[in-house]
Design a protein around this ligand. Structure first.
Ligand SMILES: Cc1cc2nc3c(=O)[nH]c(=O)nc-3n(C[C@H](O)[C@H](O)[C@H](O)COP(=O)(O)OP(=O)(O)OC[C@H]3O[C@@H](n4cnc5c(N)ncnc54)[C@H](O)[C@@H]3O)c2cc1C
Length: 755
C-alpha cells in the first residue's frame, strides 16, 4: 500500500487514460521503430554538449575512398544528364551494366553475401556525388540500397532467403523495387486494400500452403525494370488454415516478377526525371509461405519491419541527395554570380544577389553538417527514427529553397533548357524529394513532433506504456514511477527555462568552444524553453495535440532547428574552428534562432489553453520574439565564401563531381578560375576606361600576357552565359515538314485559305 500511488497517482492514472494520445497498432509500431539519440538529449531541455562533441565523426575506409574515386568517378563520366533526360529517357545501357558490375546495387549488402558491405556514410557519399552529376543515376542507385528487398532481407530475412537472394541483388542479377503505395493509399499507406489470402496452391509442381495475392501499386521506383518486387499487402486467413485470427495485418513478401499473374505496367514520368518508375498489378498470384520476408513467423509484422527499415534509410538517401543539391547550387551560383556582369560589375557584388547567395552557402554548410552527423549515428549502429524524419523533411525543404535561390540568381540562364543548363534538372527534381518517403506536409505536421514527443521525451513513452498495460495494478505501479519523475523533470525544466530565458541564456551551459560558445548557450536556452512548452502542450491537450497539426508542426520546427544547429556546431568543431567558415555558422545560427523564437511566440499565442499560453510567454519569452536573423554584415561575409576560389569554398562544396568535359559545372568552373585570376587586369582596364584589351596593351595599361589572360576569361565567361536553342523540328513533330517555324505557319495559313 502506497499513499502516493493509491490516493494521488490513481485518479491521475484514470484521467490520463482519457487525455493521452490513443494509438492504433500501426501508429504504435511506427513509434516503436528505431532508436532515440541526440534528439532525446534535446528533449530533456538540458543537452549534454560534451556528449555531442565526443561522438566520433563519420569516416570512410580506404576501400570506400577508392570506390568513390574509382568506379563512382567513372560512372559520373558516363552520364550526360541532358541526353539521359531528354534524348534517351533512361540511363545508357553501358551505365546500367557498369552499375551492376561494380555492385552499386549492393553497397549495403554485407561482403559475405557478395555485396560491398559499405557503411551508411560511404553509401551517403556515393549518392551525394552521383546526385551532383545525374539525378536519374543517383535515384537508380539509391533505391536498392534503401528501403526495399535488400534492407528487409538483411534485417528480417531467414538464413535461406538471405543466401538465395542477397548475392543476386548484390551483383545486379536481380533488380529490386518496393511496392507499398497504391492509388487509394498514399500517405496513409497502412490503409492499403491489397490482399494476400492464405490458401493451398500449386507451386513448382507441388501443393503447398501459401498466399494468393491481389494488388495494384503505383509510383514504384525501378518497378518497370524490377525482377524482384518487395510487396506490402494485408494478409487474411478466412479459412483458419494457420490459426484463429482472420485478419493478420500488413505483411511483406518477395515476388519474382516472372510469376504468373504479375503485371508490370508502363512508365510514369515523374517531373521529367527519367529514373524508372511505374505501376504494377497482381491478379491471383500464388506464392508459398517462405516467400514472406522472414517466413511465416513474420506474417502480419510488415508494418513494423517497414518502419524499422525506414528509421535508417530516411536518414541517408534524400538527405544526401539534398546536401549535394545545396552544395552544387552554392558552387555553381557563386561562380556564375562572379562571372556574370550587369551594369558593369559582377552581379555577385549587388546586395540583392548577396542575400540569396548567402542563404544558399549557409544551407550547403548546414545540410552537409547534418548529413555527416546523422551518418555518424548510423555508422555507430543507431537507427534514429525521429532524426531521420527531421533529415528527410528539412533537407528536402532547404534544398528546395537553395535551388529556387540558385534559379533566381541565374535567371534566364537557368530557365532556358538545354545541354548548357546545369540547374534545370535539379529544379524539376525538387518535388520528387518533397513527396517520396513521407510527403513533407505530413512529415512536418504529424511525424516529427508526433513521433518525437513520444519517443524522445524522457518519460512520456513509459507513461503511455503503463497506461496501455492490461494488468491495471502493474500499469498503475509503472505509471506511478514514471509520472512522478516526469513531474520532477517538469519543475526542473520550468525553473531552468525561466532562468535561462530571463537572462538571455547568459549563464546557460556551454562547452568552451571559442567564438561559438555563445551559440551553445543559446541552444541550451532554447532547448529548455522547447521542453517546457512541449510538456505544457502535452499536459493541456493530451491526445488532441495529434489533431492540432499546426501546433505540432511548430514544435517539430523547433526540434528540427535544435538538431540542425547542433550539427553545424559539431561540424565547426570537427573542421578545426575555421575562421573563414564562421560566417556560414553565424548565418545558420541567426536564421535558426529567428525560426525558434518565432515558433515559440506562435505556440504561446495559439495554445488553446490561454492561461497556460500566457504563462509560457511570461516564462520563456517575456519580451517576445526578438531575433531578427543574419545581419547584413554576416550575409555579405557568407556570400563571399562562394564568390572567391578559396579553401573555404572547397570545404563548403567538397567533391562535387568534376568531369573535364567542357560541359555544365566543368565549363563554369573553368570560367570562374579564369575570371577571378584576371580580376586585377580587369580592374586596370576599368580604371583606364578601356574595354578593348589590344588597345590597352598598345597604350601600356596592361601587358600582352595580361591581355591574353583577360581575353581567355572573357571568352570562357561568354561560353558559360550562352544558352541553347533548338531547330523547331527537333522540338516538335508537327514541324516535320518544314525546318522553319515561320514557313510552317505560312504554309498552314495558305492551306486554310485554299480550303
Ligand atoms: C517519383 C515517386 C517515386 C516513388 N517511389 C515509391 C516507391 O518506390 N515505392 C512506394 O511504395 N511508393 C513510392 N512513391 C510513393 C510516395 O511515397 C507517395 O507519393 C507519398 O507517400 C505520398 O502519397 P500521395 O502522393 O498519394 O499523396 P497523398 O497521400 O494523396 O497526400 C497529398 C497531400 O496531403 C498531405 N497529407 C496527407 N495526410 C496528411 C495529414 N494527416 N496531415 C497533413 N497532411 C497530410 C501530404 O503531405 C500531401 O501533401 C513514390 C512517389 C513518387 C512521386
Amino acid at each position: 500500500m502506497s499513499f502516493r500511488r493509491d490516493f494521488i497517482t490513481k485518479p491521475i492514472f484514470s484521467w490520463a487514460h482519457g487525455v493521452l494520445p490513443s494509438m492504433s497498432d500501426t501508429e504504435r509500431e511506427a513509434l516503436e521503430a528505431g532508436d532515440v539519440w541526440w534528439d532525446a538529449d534535446l528533449f530533456t531541455g538540458n543537452p549534454d554538449w560534451t556528449k555531442l562533441l565526443a561522438y566520433a565523426p563519420a569516416t570512410l575506409t580506404e576501400e570506400e575512398k577508392a570506390f568513390l574515386h574509382g568506379p563512382v568517378d567513372e560512372l559520373c563520366a558516363m552520364l550526360d544528364d541532358w541526353k539521359i533526360n531528354w534524348e534517351w529517357r533512361d540511363l545508357p545501357p553501358e551505365a546500367w551494366d557498369f552499375i551492376k558490375r561494380h555492385k552499386f546495387f549492393g553497397m549495403i549488402i554485407p561482403k559475405e553475401f557478395g555485396g560491398l558491405g559499405f557503411s551508411p556514410y560511404a553509401h551517403s557519399e556515393v549518392v551525394r556525388k552521383l546526385s551532383s552529376r545525374s539525378l536519374a543515376a543517383a535515384v537508380t542507385v539509391m533505391v536498392p540500397n534503401s528501403l526495399g528487398p535488400g534492407e528487409l532481407l538483411m534485417r528480417f530475412g531467414t538464413k535461406e532467403q538471405q543466401d538465395k537472394w542477397l548475392p543476386r541483388l548484390a551483383d545486379g542479377r536481380d533488380i529490386p523495387c518496393f511496392g507499398l503505395t497504391s492509388p487509394e493509399a498514399g500517405s496513409d499507406a497502412a490503409s492499403m486494400i491489397d490482399t494476400g489470402i492464405i490458401c493451398k496452391g500449386t507451386f513448382e509442381g507441388r501443393e503447398v500452403l501459401g498466399l494468393k495475392l491481389n494488388w495494384h501499386k503505383r509510383y514504384i521506383t525501378l518497378g518497370p525494370v524490377a525482377t524482384l518486387l518487395g510487396l506490402a499487402f494485408k494478409a487474411h486467413d478466412p479459412d483458419h488454415l494457420i490459426g484463429h485470427a482472420e485478419d493478420l495485418g500488413i505483411t511483406v513478401a518477395l515476388i519474382p516478377t516472372h510469376l504468373p499473374g504479375v503485371q508490370i505496367g508502363h512508365r510514369h514520368l515523374p517531373a521529367m526525371q527519367v529514373f524508372q518508375n511505374g505501376p504494377n498489378w497482381g491478379r491471383d498470384v500464388f506464392i508459398p509461405m517462405d516467400y514472406i520476408i522472414g517466413g511465416e513467423a513474420r506474417l502480419g509484422q510488415g508494418w513494423k519491419m517497414l518502419m524499422t527499415a525506414l528509421a535508417a534509410g530516411r536518414g541517408i538517401s534524400l538527405p544526401s541527395l539534398s546536401a549535394a543539391g545545396a552544395a552544387f547550387a552554392a558552387r555553381a551560383t557563386g561562380a556564375y554570380a562572379r562571372i556574370r556582369e550587369q551594369f558593369g560589375v559582377s552581379i555577385g557584388k549587388f546586395e540583392g544577389i548577396e542575400e540569396p547567395l548567402a542563404r544558399i552557402a549557409a544551407t550547403a554548410y548546414l545540410l552537409d553538417a547534418a548529413r555527416r552527423l546523422t551518418c555518424a549515428a548510423l555508422n555507430a549502429g543507431q537507427h534514429p527514427a525521429v532524426i531521420s524524419g527531421i533529415m528527410k523533411l528539412q533537407a528536402t525543404e532547404r534544398m528546395r529553397i537553395a535551388i529556387d535561390d540558385a534559379m533566381d540568381i541565374h535567371a534566364g540562364k537557368a530557365v532556358i533548357d538545354g545541354p548548357q543548363n546545369y540547374l534545370g534538372s535539379l529544379y524539376r527534381s525538387v518535388p520528387v524529394g518533397i513527396t517520396v518517403e513521407g510527403a513533407n506536409i505530413l512529415t512536418r505536421n504529424l511525424i516529427v513532433f508526433g513521433q518525437g514527443a513520444i519517443r524522445a521525451h524522457p518519460y512520456l513513452l513509459s507513461e503511455m506504456n503503463a497506461l496501455g498495460e492490461t494488468d491495471r495494478a502493474k500499469g498503475l505501479d509503472a505509471f506511478d514511477s514514471a509520472f512522478w519523475k516526469h513531474v520532477g523533470h517538469s519543475f526542473a525544466t520550468l525553473f531552468r527555462a525561466w532562468g535561462r530565458s530571463w537572462t538571455g541564456g547568459a549563464f546557460a551551459p556551454a562547452p568552451d568552444a571559442g567564438d561559438a560558445t555563445g551559440f551553445y548557450r543559446q541552444l541550451s536556452r532554447y532547448s529548455s524553453a522547447f521542453a517546457l512548452c512541449a510538456d505544457m502542450a502535452l499536459l493541456t491537450l493530451g491526445g488532441a495535440l495529434k489533431r492540432k497539426e499546426m501546433l505540432s508542426a511548430r514544435f517539430g520546427d523547433i526540434l528540427s532547428e535544435l538538431y540542425l544547429l547542433s550539427a553545424a556546431l559539431k561540424r565547426w568543431e570537427e573542421e578545426g574552428r575555421q575562421p573563414a567558415d564562421f560566417a556560414a555558422l553565424e548565418w545558420c545560427m541567426a536564421s535558426g534562432f529567428r525560426t525558434i523564437e518565432n515558433r515559440l511566440a506562435e505556440i504561446c499565442a495559439n495554445l488553446p489553453n490561454r492561461f497556460v499560453g500566457v504563462l509560457l510567454k511570461f516564462v520563456v519569452q517575456p519580451f517576445g520574439a526578438r531575433v531578427l536573423g543574419p545581419s547584413d554584415k554576416v550575409v555579405h561575409q557568407c556570400a563571399q565564401l562562394v564568390l572567391e576560389p578559396s579553401a573555404a569554398r572547397e570545404r563548403l562544396t567538397p567533391d562535387i563531381a568534376h568531369v573535364d568535359d567542357d560541359r555544365g559545372l566543368a565549363r563554369l568552373e573553368k570560367a570562374f578560375l579564369l575570371v577571378t585570376g584576371s580580376e586585377e587586369v580587369a580592374k586596370k582596364m576599368r580604371a583606364a576606361r578601356l574595354h578593348d584589351w589590344n588597345e590597352a596593351v598598345k597604350r601600356g595599361v596592361i601587358t600582352q600576357s595580361e591581355g591574353e589572360r583577360l581575353a581567355a576569361a572573357r571568352e570562357a565567361a561568354a561560353k558559360v552565359i550562352e544558352v541553347d536553342d533548338f531547330a523547331p523540328e527537333a522540338l516538335s513533330p508537327i514541324y516535320k515538314k518544314s525546318a522553319d517555324v515561320h514557313q510552317f505557319f505560312q504554309d498552314l495559313g495558305e492551306q486554310r485559305a485554299a480550303s
